[in-house]
Write a protein that binds this ligand. Structure first.
Ligand code: SF4
Length: 427
């Protein structure tokens, strides 16, 4: 167990005498069985914690079991219609991470350090080439997402599907494999990662005929240490044929689909020129989850004119959709974007770091604790950035968020757990 990973889980169950008495009257013959069950629950939880704290096994192994125990206890109390007055045992959390980060998920799933390798398939976006829109989303600057080992200045557009010519794409097989091998070598050395996820991140990675996509994805996973693949795209660019392809691929490698939503409000999607609707997103999620493809949604906090309530409504919207992951970004103003024009004309003010951290914490409180958090902030380079200044210091942002969660003693899903407790405690 890594140092600092301490599970907190109170297992004290307190029942009022009256509750027991009422309960005994109602379910006389079963009372002893229920007490026995609760004792077992307490014993199991304590044993799990003890083993975890003594390093007998990793925290990541204990968490799913604790979740199972907790959910069984909730189910039991709900089924038997009685109330637990002290519900602290319903929560457990890591002292180092008060949310469910993708790094823990991947480590738990693959048993080692797993990193993503960003790949550029050389595709463009229908919101740039005129098919859906022109100019793209008002904040979009694809260069900021280029793989580390890719020098876009030296690579002219080569992809036959890159109709818009925006971004130096390269599609031939060697180039994708080269990126993969170079990326793996770099990340293995720098981060000591053992396994890798091929991450098609930049632009719209389903924007090509299915046969071409199949080839691209296969090239992208052609390495013995690649254990998974992530495909990032727009919600209006995943027809059934593409989802079928992803479903087939998911039988070969662990796969997830990333869909850009950004906001759950159509008026906002219009303002930022997304050229798709919230309904497109809901439909894509439904069809993907029907195929058991895990979906991770992208959300941007701090879009022009969005209120705190609007953003928290997006959290609640996603919480009820059955998605698997969320990737949070703050809004950057990049050079050469429409957003830069708005900023220079005084029509848009980006969030301050304190405001952003506060919003992230509140957003996390709203979403279920088992949604995997892929990111808590965006990442950019100073050479593209106009504002805010704090954007370039990812560690500062993460530190601010983590500290705030500590200070407030809060965690992912807290608000939902509170609601669940209230429901449980209803007579
Ligand atoms: S959909 Fe994505 S790639 Fe396309 S313009 Fe918008 S942000 Fe850029």
């Amino acid at each position: 167990m890594s140092k600092g990973h301490i599970l907190q889980c109170s297992t004290t169950l307190t029942f009022s005498k009256n509750q027991f008495y009422d309960y005994q009257k109602k379910y006389k013959c079963h009372l002893q069985s229920v007490i026995l069950l609760l004792d077992c629950f307490q014993l199991l939880t304590n044993r799990l914690l003890k083993n975890s704290l003594s390093g007998h096994y990793e925290q990541s192994e204990a968490i799913p079991t604790l979740r199972l125990l907790r959910d069984s206890a909730i189910a039991m109390t709900t089924f038997l219609s009685f109330t637990i007055t002290n519900t602290d045992f319903l929560t457990f959390k890591s002292m180092t991470k008060r949310y469910s980060p993708i790094s823990d998920f991947l480590k738990n799933k693959f048993g080692c350090k797993v990193f993503k390798v960003s790949l550029n398939a050389g595709l463009t976006c229908p919101n740039r080439d005129g098919t859906k829109g022109i100019g793209g989303c008002i904040y979009c600057k694809p260069e900021t997402l280029m793989p580390l080992n890719y020098h876009y200045e030296n690579n002219p557009p080569l992809s036959p599907f890159n109709k818009g010519g925006m971004m130096g794409g390269f599609l031939d097989d060697m180039k994708i494999r080269e990126q993969l091998y170079d990326g793996i070598a770099y990340i293995r050395k720098r981060h000591k990662a053992e396994k890798f996820i091929s991450y098609f991140q930049i632009n719209t990675n389903t924007y090509a005929p299915v046969s071409a996509l199949e080839k691209i994805y296969q090239e992208g996973i052609d390495h013995p240490d690649v254990v998974g693949i992530a495909v990032s795209t727009r919600p209006d660019c995943v027809d059934d044929n593409i989802l079928d392809l992803l479903q087939n691929l998911s039988k070969e490698k662990f796969l997830w689909l990333e869909l850009g939503l950004q906001s759950s409000h159509n008026k906002m999607l219009k303002l930022i020129n997304r050229c798709h609707t919230v309904e497109n997103f809901t439909d894509a999620v439904k069809r993907a989850t029907e195929r058991k493809i895990p979906v991770c949604s992208h959300v941007i906090l701090g879009l022009p004119g969005e209120t705190r309530e609007d953003m928290l409504a997006t959290a609640r919207f996603l919480s009820n959709l059955g998605i698997w992951g969320i990737k949070l970004h703050h809004i950057h103003i990049h050079k050469g974007t429409k957003l830069e024009e708005m900023y220079k004309k005084g029509k848009f003010r980006p969030l301050g770091l304190d405001e952003y951290a506060d919003l992230v914490v509140k957003f996390l409180q709203e979403i279920p604790e088992d949604i995997i958090i892929h990111r808590l902030c965006g990442d950019t380079s100073r050479r593209f950035l106009v504002a805010p200044d704090w954007s370039v210091n990812k560690f500062l942002i993460l530190d601010k968020i983590h500290r705030l969660m500590e200070e407030r003693d809060t965690y992912q899903g807290k608000q939902r757990i509170k609601e669940r407790r209230n429901n449980l405690c209803q007579p």
